[in-house]
Design a protein around this ligand. Structure first.
Ligand code: K1U
Ligand code: ZN
Length: 172
C-alpha cells in the first residue's frame, strides 16, 4: 500500500474530464487500495482518482462515523441515474482545497450505478452525507470542484489562498 500525494487546486489535472476505466486489472486494484489508504490517512470521507493525478473514473468513499464499523467503497465509472427533487445543503470541504469550506446545495438523494473491481455492475441509493459525498466525488471525475458552485469573488479568493499555500509549501 502506498500513500499518494494529493494534488492541490489550482492544477490542470483537477480540471480534466476523466475517461472511463476499461481494464479491470491488478493496476486498478492497486490504485483503489492506495486511494483508500490515502483517504483514511488524510483524513477524508472520499477521494477521486484525479486528486492523485490519475485521470480515470475511479472514486473511493467511507462516510461511516465512529463507533460504526468502516464501510470502504470503491466505485468505478459511477453515474447518477436518478436524483431527488428535494435538496440538501452541506458545508463541503475538499482534500485538494485544504481548510476551505462552503455551503453547497445538491439533490438530497441519488441513485448511482457503477462497476466494482471485477467489472460487475452495482447500483445503490445514497442519502445524507453519502449522497453529498458521492456527488462531490463524481464532480471531480468531470473536472468540477465544489468552489465551482460559488460566486466568482468567493471562488477567486479561495483560489488565491491555494496559490499562496502552494508557494509556501514549495519554499518550505
Ligand atoms: O473529495 C475530497 O476532496 C474529499 C472530501 C469529501 C467531501 C467532504 C465533504 C463533503 C463532500 C465531500 C473530504 O473528505 S474533506 C474532509 C472531510 O470532510 C472530513 C475529514 C475528516 C473527518 C470527517 C470529514
Ligand atoms: Zn474534493
Amino acid at each position: 500500500m502506498t500513500l499518494r500525494p494529493i494534488l492541490i487546486h489550482p492544477d490542470p489535472r483537477l480540471k480534466k474530464p476523466c475517461p472511463p476505466v476499461t481494464e479491470f486489472d491488478a493496476e486498478l486494484r492497486k490504485l483503489a487500495e492506495d486511494m483508500l489508504a490515502t483517504m483514511y490517512d488524510a483524513p477524508g470521507i472520499g477521494l477521486a482518482a484525479p486528486q492523485v493525478g490519475v485521470i480515470r473514473r475511479v472514486i473511493v468513499m467511507d462516510c461511516m462515523k465512529a463507533p460504526e464499523p468502516p464501510r470502504p467503497m470503491v466505485l468505478i465509472n459511477p453515474q447518477v441515474i436518478a436524483a431527488s427533487q428535494a435538496t440538501s445543503t452541506y458545508e463541503e470541504g475538499c482534500l485538494s482545497i485544504p481548510d476551505q469550506y462552503a455551503d453547497v446545495t445538491r439533490p438530497a438523494e441519488v441513485t448511482v450505478r457503477w462497476q466494482d473491481l471485477d467489472g460487475a455492475e452495482q447500483q445503490d441509493h445514497f442519502t445524507g452525507l453519502w449522497a453529498t459525498c458521492v456527488q462531490h466525488e463524481i464532480d471531480h471525475l468531470d473536472g468540477k470542484l465544489f468552489i465551482d458552485y460559488l460566486g466568482p469573488i468567493k471562488r477567486q479568493m479561495i483560489t488565491r489562498k491555494m496559490e499562496k499555500l502552494k508557494r509556501d509549501r514549495a519554499r518550505a
